[in-house]
Write a protein that binds this ligand. Structure first.
Ligand SMILES: Cc1cc2nc3c(=O)[nH]c(=O)nc-3n(C[C@H](O)[C@H](O)[C@H](O)COP(=O)(O)O)c2cc1C
Length: 508
């Protein structure tokens, strides 16, 4: 069975830096240790366990990997491999699939070997970068937005909200569009198509007026692009009828989509902005303009990290800062919301949805597919971890599809829509699911009691032995206790209990 909750957690890897050309790997004569560690990190522990040789070579090994580590002795590599062998492997029921053909799909009829594309940005801005990404396994790339505007970027241009381990939770950029000339980008498209004919080149473009949208779309097609993506959503290009300003005005979305469609015969995606309350009107306008699909989301307008001495937010450029686009893991739930709403809309049936926003693992990508996306774009996670993450995206999704008995990735698209309601009103409200406390895991910290008292319904107290005790009369089954528990020691009861007294809810 697929493990939604991993047996080994990222926190068990403690100080692993996920090194480039990892010294632990160089020191280990037996196993691809750095690949195994990465798989654990990217929620792909089953693939890691299933790829181990039958005999455990660590049994007779003196741990040169741990000594070679850039943080010597701080990453329990031996213990992690041990857990793969003796905890994860026994739970893995399906053998590793032999090939990845079930991941084959298409972008508006253009064949793709898997659903994973580089998102339009710095990660897909040169020939060499795209070539390295294609070699790593990406099915294609949405190239950094091509424009006739003169672009000169600010420095510094990035900032981030980070977690306690220093990893990026949310990422802010004030970057604009491709600094290459149009001619340079066309030359890149020709070379990429010549040398990687089976990879999908999505040409992201931004024009200034109808004629220019059409001209750029045709040029990209004539120089090897398979698909055109219309950037109606850059939050860092909002002067006049530019960038995200277009995505906020359905009439412009329709007009510029129609201009691009008229000028080329390859599929056209309209990339929409999340900086609106509701994206569907712009999506319907793109459809009226003839779009074959939609890309969502671009980045969300944001401010991060105000310096308490200078009062300038980050990134500060010579004492000034600007509102910029937010991306990465933090925006994933918001991106899921937009994709879900687009997927639910019967008017938009038949449009290809290319989803972007906070994908790091195959699970994040699968969530988009389940809500109706047919391809998935990744940017921030590649900026943080490199092109190599595609190995775990492919392997994790492939194993999941095999375990669930799907013969093609197309079969999962939209599977999550029938249980999704755009509002919370149709939900059943007559019963509760109580928490259950896993005594063997509880460390007696009392965090659940504290949160229930101040942020919940005062339904828990701490016993003299420092264990939570539930008052079933007060508990409303909100599950705040479960969420705040640092040890994952609270679960949901398998039973749903009907609330006995309606007067408990009475306002009189
Ligand atoms: C540094 C940076 C530059 C970007 N440049 C572009 C761009 O030129 N054109 C575009 O359509 N989107 C651009 N994006 C948006 C991404 O393509 C993507 O839609 C967004 O970052 C959400 O995905 P993510 O969370 O995987 O990064 C950029 C994003 C980042 C972080």
């Amino acid at each position: 069975m697929i493990q939604r909750e991993p047996i080994i957690r990222q926190s068990d890897m403690i100080q692993c830096a996920l090194c480039e050309d990892a010294p632990c790997q160089r020191a280990c004569p037996h196993l691809p240790v750095s690949t195994l560690l990465r798989s654990i990190w990217f929620r792909n522990e089953q693939t890691a366990a299933l790829s181990l040789p039958p005999e455990d070579p660590c049994l007779s090994c003196r741990r040169p990997c741990e000594r070679a580590c850039v943080r010597p002795g701080e990453v329990p590599i031996h213990d992690l491999i041990n857990r793969l062998y003796y905890q994860v492997l026994p739970e893995a029921e399906t053998p590793l699939p032999e090939d990845t053909s079930r991941l084959a799909c298409d972008l508006c009829g253009v064949p793709m070997e898997n659903p994973f594309l580089l998102g339009s940005s710095v990660i897909a801005s040169t020939y060499e970068k795209c070539a390295r990404a294609f070699e790593a396994g990406w099915a294609g790339a949405s190239f950094k937005t091509v424009t006739r505007l003169e672009i000169q970027e600010a420095s510094p241009r990035y900032s981030a909200v980070t977690g306690s381990d220093g990893g990026i939770i949310g990422f802010k950029n004030i970057e604009q569009l491709s600094e290459n000339s149009v001619a340079e980008n066309m030359e890149i498209f020709r070379r990429l198509k010549r040398n990687y004919p089976s990879k999908v080149i999505v040409a992201s473009i931004m024009g200034r007026a109808e004629a220019e949208w059409g001209e750029l779309a045709r040029m990209c097609q004539d120089n090897g692009a398979d698909v055109v993506e219309l950037n109606f959503s850059c939050p860092n290009m909002v002067e006049g009828d530019m960038g995200a300003a277009i995505g906020q005005l359905p009439e412009l979305v329709e007009r510029f989509t129609a201009a691009a469609k008229k000028a080329c015969s390859i599929p056209v995606l309209s990339k929409l902005t999340p900086n609106v309350e509701y994206m569907n009107p712009a999506a319907a306008a793109a459809l009226r303009g003839g779009a074959d699909g939609l890309t969502a989301i671009n980045t969300i307008r944001s401010i991060v990290g105000i310096n308490l001495h200078t009062y300038v937010s980050s990134p500060a450029v010579r004492g000034l800062s600007a509102i910029g686009g937010y991306s990465g893991n933090a925006v994933h739930p918001i991106a899921l919301r937009f994709i879900g709403e687009l997927g639910l809309d019967p008017q938009l049936k038949g449009l290809h949805l290319s989803a972007a926003g906070g994908v790091e693992t195959w699970i994040d990508a699968l969530e988009f597919l389940l809500l109706g996306a047919s391809s998935v774009q990744v940017t921030t996670a590649v900026m943080q971890y490199g092109y190599r993450i595609v190995e775990d995206l492919i392997a994790g999704l492939n194993l999941y599809l095999t375990e669930k008995g799907f013969s093609s990735v197309r079969e999962v698209v939209g599977q999550g829509l029938s249980s999704l309601s755009a509002s919370s009103s149709p939900l059943e409200r007559q019963s509760v699911v109580f928490p259950v406390f896993l005594r063997e895991r509880c460390i007696g910290c009392g965090r659940c009691v504290l949160s229930c008292a101040d942020g919940g319904h005062e339904a828990l107290y701490l016993s003299p032995e420092r264990r939570p005790v539930l008052n079933g009369k007060k508990c409303v089954g909100c599950h705040l206790c479960r969420i705040v528990c640092p040890e994952n020691a609270i679960a949901a009861s398998p039973r749903r209990i009907t609330i006995p007294s309606p007067d408990r809810r009475s306002k009189d």
